[in-house]
Design a binder for this molecule. Structure first.
Ligand SMILES: [Fe+2]
Length: 256
């Protein structure tokens, strides 16, 4: 347990990677990809990512970098690597049969960038039976990070909406009561999909690079994003492996 409390209390929790090498390798690979795009000749990943705003990329240029990053993480099956880094808490929270989002989302939040995702909850539309894994690639603090409204306050915020209060009231409540996620590289924040969350205006002097990807129990209810189109099987329990083999055989046509 850390100062943020446990997952059951808060609906989210920050976990230190039990295996740091997958996160290190992902960041190093991204560094090699992106440094070429902007002709960075230094060797420090921290300096490069934190200082990325010095290249002044916006709009289509910035999007080109972001898409290259998404492609890189898709090709390297980054979600599976992230699973290796925090396998213990993920299996504890989800059980052994796990589905994972096929692609990783990449966010580059430069200082003063007003292009931020609005305050929202992933569920509904996504299922409530999902965990958002939020993985900073640089140390985040204060407004360089994100904020999450814990379980109790998210429930109160939802009650406001159900009473007919406006979305603006919902956002104001979220901003007032949410907690900033301040973590070092090497930690992963796991967030239940019904919690309200958002991104402050980055008022620090460093750029934030972060990934987010969703994990769920394979047999849990799905929302708008289903198995096959959005999620894929990550791992099966010993029983599920045998069960799927038999199930397949039951439906195979008989060949004498
Ligand atoms: Fe979200």
């Amino acid at each position: 347990m850390n100062s943020y409390g446990t997952f059951s209390e808060r609906g989210y929790e920050i976990f230190s990677a039990t295996l740091l090498s997958p996160l290190r390798e992902l960041r190093q690979g991204l560094f090699e990809q992106v440094r070429r795009m902007v002709s960075y000749h230094g060797e420090s990943e921290e300096e490069f990512f934190n200082g990325f705003h010095r290249y002044g990329l916006t709009g289509a240029e910035l999007n080109r970098v972001r898409l290259a990053a998404v492609n890189y993480f898709t090709q390297t099956k980054a979600a599976r690597e992230i699973f290796r880094a925090v396998e213990e808490p993920l299996v504890r929270l989800l059980g052994p049969d796990i589905a994972v989002q096929k692609t990783c989302n990449v966010v580059v939040q430069q200082p003063g960038d007003t292009d931020q995702a609005p305050i929202h909850r992933d569920a509904p539309s996504n299922s409530h039976f999902e965990l958002i894994a939020w993985i900073p690639l640089v140390d985040v603090y204060k407004t360089k990070g994100m904020f999450v409204l814990n379980r109790e306050h998210s429930s109160r915020a939802l009650a406001k909406l159900k009473r007919g209060e406006s979305f603006q009231d919902f956002c104001a409540y979220t901003k007032e009561h949410s907690e900033p996620i301040e973590v070092s590289f090497g930690s992963v924040c796991l967030i239940q999909s019904g919690l309200a969350h958002g991104v402050p205006l980055n008022e620090e002097s460093q750029t934030r690079w972060s990934l987010n990807v969703r994990f769920k129990n394979l047999f849990s209810p799905y929302g708008d994003k289903g198995l096959g189109d959005f999620f894929e099987v990550l791992q099966l329990s010993p029983l599920s492996k045998i069960a799927f083999e038999f199930s397949r055989q039951e439906f195979e046509p008989f060949e004498p």
